[in-house]
Unconditional design. Structure first.
Length: 270
C-alpha cells in the first residue's frame, strides 16, 4: 500500500508540476534519507545540537535552491527561514529547559512495555525534543517563506519600478492573505494527530485539564503551535529581506550574473 500511494504521489506531482514536480519528489526522498541519517547519528551519540545545525543548514542550502533555483527569492527565503529557526530554536530551548515535557510520554512508555522493549534510552532528551520540534516546523516555515518570496518576485517582475516600501507592503499583504489558511492547515494536522489520543484520555475519565497538561498531548500539539508562530514571524521578515535585497545594487548584479550564466548554459546545451 505504501508503494502504491508513493507511486500515486509521484504521478500527481509530475502531472501537476512537470519537471519541477519530479525534482520536488526526488528532494522529498533526499530529505527522508538525511533525516534517517540524523536519527542514526543521534543513536551513535553524536551531539544533537550539531546534528540540528548541520541538518537545517543542509535542508536550507540544498533544498530551496534545488526546488526554486539560485535566485533572489531563494536567497531571501533562506535567510528569513534561517533567522526564524535561530529565534524559535532559542524559544523552544527555554521551554524544554523549564517545563517537564521531555522524554517518553505516558502512551509511548506503555507501548514499549507491551512490545517488551527497553525504555532506557541513554540520550539527552531535552536536546532530542529540541531537534524534533525544530525539524518539525522546518517544512512549514520554508513553504511559507518561499510563497511570500515567489509572490513578491512576480510582483517585482511585473512592476520593476516599485520602491522598497511599496514592495514590502505588497509582501505583507500577500502574507495576510495566506497566513489564515497556513495556520488552519497546521491546526487541522494537529487535530488529526491527536484525535485518537483525546478519545483515549476522555474515554478513561480524564478531564480536559489533565489532557491539556499531559506530556503526550503537548508533544504532539505543542510542535504545531511552534510551527504556527514561526510561520507568522517569517512573513514580515521575508517581505523585509526580499524588498531590501531587491533594491540593492550588489544583489541585483549578482542575480543578473546568475541569469546570464544560466542563459549561456542553456544556449550551449542546444
Amino acid at each position: 500500500m505504501i508503494l502504491l500511494l508513493t507511486g500515486l504521489l509521484l504521478g500527481l506531482m509530475v502531472l501537476v508540476g512537470g519537471e519541477r514536480g519530479f525534482h520536488s519528489f526526488v528532494f522529498l526522498f533526499v530529505n527522508g534519507f538525511f533525516g534517517m541519517v540524523g536519527i542514526c547519528l543521534l543513536c551513535c551519540g553524536i551531539s544533537p545540537a550539531a546534528i540540528l545545525v548541520i541538518g537545517c543548514a543542509v535542508f536550507l542550502a540544498v533544498g530551496i535552491p534545488l526546488q526554486n533555483g539560485c535566485n533572489l527569492k531563494s536567497l531571501s527565503a533562506m535567510l528569513a527561514t534561517g533567522l526564524i529557526l535561530v529565534l524559535m530554536g532559542a524559544a523552544i530551548s527555554a521551554v524544554c529547559l523549564h517545563v517537564h515535557i521531555t522524554g517518553l510520554s505516558e502512551i509511548q512508555l506503555k507501548e514499549i512495555d507491551n512490545s517488551y522493549l527497553s525504555s532506557g534510552v541513554d540520550l539527552d532528551m531535552r536536546a532530542i525534543l529540541l531537534v524534533s520540534l525544530v525539524w518539525g516546523e522546518l517544512g512549514a516555515l520554508m513553504d511559507t517563506s518561499i510563497t511570500i518570496a515567489s509572490s513578491m518576485n512576480e510582483i517585482l517582475a511585473a512592476h520593476p519600478n516599485l520602491t522598497e516600501r511599496e514592495l514590502r507592503s505588497s509582501g505583507l499583504q500577500i502574507g495576510k492573505n495566506i497566513i489564515g489558511t497556513t495556520v488552519n492547515t497546521l491546526v487541522f494536522i494537529a487535530f488529526g494527530e491527536t484525535i485518537m489520543l483525546c478519545l483515549l484520555y476522555i474515554s478513561n475519565g480524564y478531564s480536559l485539564v489533565m489532557l491539556i497538561n499531559s506530556k503526550s498531548f503537548f508533544q504532539q500539539f505543542g510542535g504545531i503551535l511552534f510551527s504556527c508562530q514561526s510561520c507568522l514571524l517569517v512573513v514580515p521578515l521575508t517581505a523585509a529581506i526580499f524588498a531590501r535585497m531587491a533594491v540593492s545594487a550588489r544583489v541585483t548584479a549578482w542575480t543578473e550574473k546568475i541569469r546570464k550564466r544560466r542563459e549561456r548554459r542553456g544556449s550551449s546545451d542546444r
